[in-house]
Design a protein around this ligand. Sequence first.
Ligand SMILES: Nc1ccn([C@@H]2O[C@H](COP(=O)(O)O)[C@@H](O)[C@H]2O)c(=O)n1
Ligand SMILES: C[C@@]1(CO)OP(=O)(O)OP(=O)(O)OC[C@H]1O
Length: 159
Amino acid sequence: MIRVGQGFDVHQLVEGRPCIIGGVTIPYEKGLLGHSDADVLLHAIADAVLGALGLGDIGKHFPDTDEAFKDADSLKLLERVWELAKERGYKLGNVDSTIIAQKPKMAPYIPQMAEIIAKALEAEELSQVNVKATTTEKLGFAGRGEGIAAQSVVCLVKA
Ligand SMILES: Nc1ccn([C@@H]2O[C@H](COP(=O)(O)O)[C@@H](O)[C@H]2O)c(=O)n1
Ligand SMILES: C[C@@]1(CO)OP(=O)(O)OP(=O)(O)OC[C@H]1O
């Protein structure tokens, strides 16, 4: 059986926070604000996996009112979400994601992000994980550099 899920997330860019995206700390003058480490890409992927499983979203599983998730490492959250998929007998088909950011330039960091995601979702080959980036041509909140968004589509296959 095949299941498909999609995820979308946004975090504000502020001074004094690290810019962690796809598990990679990107050198930049601002970082993403959140209760957790605010890794917008891993959140979108976690939501896509949860969506495919019919299990709600990350806010339901890891509430932002819970101190346990203060500054949480989103890679650990994604790994916990992936356990839910495995428990139900699913393997990764593929995952495709887009980071929506005017700055910083994501391209140099995308191969490392893809490797981290592939490991977390236990991909059999790297081609199962695709990460893209786009600006919004300076339009809207992303274009003004106020925040970064990410969206993701995941296909799970019953093993
Ligand atoms: N934050 C970003 C945004 C984009 N890229 C790369 O640049 C290409 C062109 O972006 P456009 O928004 O002008 O289409 C895009 O395809 C990405 O490869 C990036 O690395 N980081
Ligand atoms: C990840 C969680 C963890 O408390 O907090 P945030 O970093 O605020 O991220 P968000 O995308 O708003 O999702 C909610 C929470 O699950």
